[in-house]
Design a protein around this ligand. Structure first.
Ligand SMILES: Cc1cc2nc3c(=O)[nH]c(=O)nc-3n(C[C@H](O)[C@H](O)[C@H](O)COP(=O)(O)OP(=O)(O)OC[C@H]3O[C@@H](n4cnc5c(N)ncnc54)[C@H](O)[C@@H]3O)c2cc1C
Length: 288
């Protein structure tokens, strides 16, 4: 078995690995860089009968203050490559999504510029079917290379079970994705600049957050319901509902995971009481 010393740590603080900046230590924290190392970590997990969690950039995750009593598999160093073949682009799971957008535009390819500025990795974006403005990742994915129980295989877009901010890839490790773009022009670069400006204008990017906390409920916007409930600026401990964008909870003053969880529950209760709408979390809440 491959030596794991290089890629396996004990008691690694999860607050260093998520955009909320909260979370206690993981019993084990592994950062495999390729499929061989990933297989070795899988073997270690199996042998020690550990529960595990797949982590990309940690930009849509809320960890527990006690940490994680198993092995966190950070895939942000996995398969950090991009290949371009005509209008097809192959990107490894660990590439940052925004770096991929930039790279495709630099290579005169368009089709994913609307995803500009979404933080996190390519792997995480596929699992979440990340999207913004007129594009979701599912609109450009051709196929996805996966690992499950030590086996590597490729599926087509139609087999991924993509829906609004979700896929049906639970339990599978996303290794690589191939996407279909088009030869593009200057307009895509201008579009990227506009989108990045809108993000800075509308979102509280100066604070740690996970982006939108709740999914869009049918027939409305979570942010509008939260705002109309009079909750903008409401805080619990160091966590606050952003004044700039009510669907963002920001860690404005050393929040704990518990502060954020309590605020999420408070929002759900208030919006249910006022409007009878059950908000569903987009953020993945991870228990100890
Ligand atoms: C400021 C800000 C703005 C945001 N704006 C947007 C937006 O406009 N649109 C949008 O859709 N999202 C947005 N998000 C949320 C987040 O960036 C996306 O959901 C992103 O795609 C998550 O990627 P990640 O690599 O950080 O995944 P993580 O948060 O690490 O993980 C998310 C989920 O994906 C799984 N996962 C991660 N990598 C893999 C892999 N390789 N294989 C299998 N499963 C994996 C994890 O187990 C977890 O369930 C925003 C977040 C922030 C902080």
């Amino acid at each position: 078995m491959q030596d794991l010393n290089d890629i396996l740590k004990k008691d690694e603080l999860l607050s260093k690995h998520c955009s909320y900046r909260v979370g206690g230590p993981a019993k084990y924290f592994a950062t495999p860089r390729n499929e061989y190392e990933l297989l070795a970590v899988e073997e270690f997990i199996l042998k020690n009968n550990l529960k595990y969690l797949l982590l990309g950039g940690g930009t849509n995750i809320l960890f527990d203050d006690r940490g994680f009593n198993g092995c966190v598999l950070s895939l942000k160093h996995l398969n950090r490559y991009i290949f371009i073949d005509g209008e097809t682009v192959v990107a490894g799971a660990g590439i940052l999504l925004d770096d991929l957008v930039k790279y495709t535009l630099e290579n005169n390819l368009s089709g994913m510029e609307d995803l500009s500025g979404i933080p996190g990795t390519v792997g995480g974006s596929v699992f979440m079917n990340a999207g913004a403005f007129q594009c979701e990742i599912k609109d450009i994915v051709k196929n996805i290379k996966l690992m499950e129980n030590g086996k590597i295989f490729t599926i087509e877009n139609s087999e991924a079970g993509f829906g609004y901010r979700q896929s049906r890839l639970h339990g599978k490790k996303i290794l690589e994705v191939s996407i279909q773009l088009k030869k593009g022009g200057i307009n895509s670069l201008i579009r990227r600049e506009e989108i990045l400006f809108k993000r800075w204008d509308k979102q509280p990017l100066e604070y740690p957050s996970c982006g939108s906390v709740f999914k869009r409920p049918s027939g409305g916007y979570a942010g509008k319901l939260i705002e109309d409930s009079g909750l903008k600026g409401f805080s619990i401990g160091g966590a606050k509902i952003s004044e700039k964008h009510a669907n963002f909870i920001v860690n404005f003053n050393n929040a704990t995971g518990r502060d954020i969880r309590e605020l999420i529950n408070h929002i759900k209760k208030t919006v249910m009481e006022k409007f009878g709408v059950l908000l569903e979390e987009e953020v993945k809440i991870i228990d100890f």
